[in-house]
Design a protein around this ligand. Sequence first.
Ligand SMILES: [Zn+2]
Ligand SMILES: [Zn+2]
Length: 378
Amino acid sequence: MDSHHKEQPKILWLNVGVFALTFAVAIIGTPLWAWHHGFDLSQIAMLLAAFTFTGMSITAGYHRLWSHKSYEANVVLKVIFALGGAFAIQNSILHWSSDHRIHHRHVDDNDNDPYSAQRGFWFSHIGWMLRDYQNEKYNDYSNCRDLQKDKVVMWQHKYYLLLVLLTNFGIPLVFGVIHGDVWGALILIGFTRLVLNHHCTFFINSLAHIWGSQPYTDKNSARDNGLLALFTFGEGYHNFHHIFENDYRNGIHWWQFDPTKWLIKLGSWVGLTTRLRVTPEERIEKAKAKMLLVKLQKRLSVTPENQRRLQLIQIEYDALLARMADYYNMKKRFFDLRKRKLLKKYEKADLLQQLNKMKAELQQQRKTWYSLAASYSY
Ligand SMILES: [Zn+2]
Ligand SMILES: [Zn+2]
């Protein structure tokens, strides 16, 4: 053995085989079958339905429910997600969540983050699963003691392989028999759907740590990427997610594409989900302003003539923070008092007036700050 080279962990042939075989069937089998037999609309619809079911079981279930506990779900919904997760072949909930919690805790740390993006695109995308990098740590679920008390999680973990086989062969077969094209269903709903699902999820570990903007933090490599969100049921807003990981949303604005958030919210209207966690507005706004300040400081610190501009930026930034503190504190006080029914009618009107005044002042300061920032962002 060459002592200068660290020995590579052994190759996990089962994983390599599954990824290679499914990829080959999808990329060669699908066009061939389409050419010789064709796919009809109901098969395409089933592909989309199965892709959505598996994808969202990972995003809403594995990720936001179990890994981050950003809300609570009814047992029926949990079982649906557990089945969808097995259909997605991304390991059990327990295992996935354990890896993912380590990823957040040690993000970008090449020795500890299981899919550290600092080790390159290939490694963070799929390479980390092709060799036994985790070896003795593989079955250590000590960071998921809470999940070990969840009956659905442990049931899925115990019967994982059986559930994988049942869903991945059962669902395409049943559909194929009803529809009348068993092989077409196996290729499209079985293999192609799985490959699409795999790589869309994997992009979150690779691309979403490489490509996109960093509006909330630059303490880690995570990026916001609206395009990626389109293929990942909203998970592309990964910069927001890494700083506010317990928020059930990833795309916080109404115009951002985050169907996972919509599903969780919709669930709360019919009693399937409860205790949806959101980050206080003030923390989000502060993080964003701070990030912009840091970017401007970096940009302007290059030349000494910029000293005056840097001072100006700092003054307006401090004023913005002061206005934020005023407004958000007042808002909190107002809602507290209103909740406890401690407000008389005239007091309420008075407080509301003050609140609106502070809101207008904050809005004015936001304008000043953002237009100043824009004028220096050359
Ligand atoms: Zn990440
Ligand atoms: Zn996460």
